[in-house]
Design a protein around this ligand. Sequence first.
Ligand code: AMP
Length: 184
Amino acid sequence: MTQLSPPVPQPSPAAAHVEALLASYPDFPQPGILFRDLNPVFADAVAFRAIVDDLADQHRGQFDAVAGIEARGFLLAAAVGYAAQAAVLAVRKGGKLPGTVLTEEYDLEYGSARLELEVGQLPAGTRVLILDDVLATGGTIAATTRLIERAGYTLTGVGVVLELTELRGRERLGASAVHAIKSI
Ligand code: AMP
């Protein structure tokens, strides 16, 4: 009898595009960091559409707004917001937003930073999907989850294009439903 080998899991179309186009730069922006550049994915029209559709589809029907983290998260949030007819929230670096803002300090893989969100943009309980390009140590997204919760919104989940698994950011995000198009 012929022995059948188990099926090899195939990457999703979006994951295949990321795999093909992702560029890596050792020692950028400082020694010891392997910088993963997703700009070639954004610069390919077919790949960009595939990642936007993938992010919108993973949580379809479960969110009313997307929160994009400055700066590359903005590219994703604008496109996913349009595709899913959802509102868009901008989570900005410290000092750029007017009026009453919520602030969270956090540590980066390199350095530390501050993120902010304007209050009162959407009703309490609005279901929010957080989007960013890369999940590294998870500090950036963890700070964003705190902003979303402090603003009174309901966190639906987190979507990223690329997860750097050895930095174990997912563990830091606790019970949040994290969808990564590609994990390396
Ligand atoms: P973290 O807070 O460590 O999860 O870092 C996430 C943010 O920093 C993301 O918005 C990424 O854009 C950026 N980032 C951190 N590490 C890297 C890396 N190795 N390659 C590319 N971007 C990174």
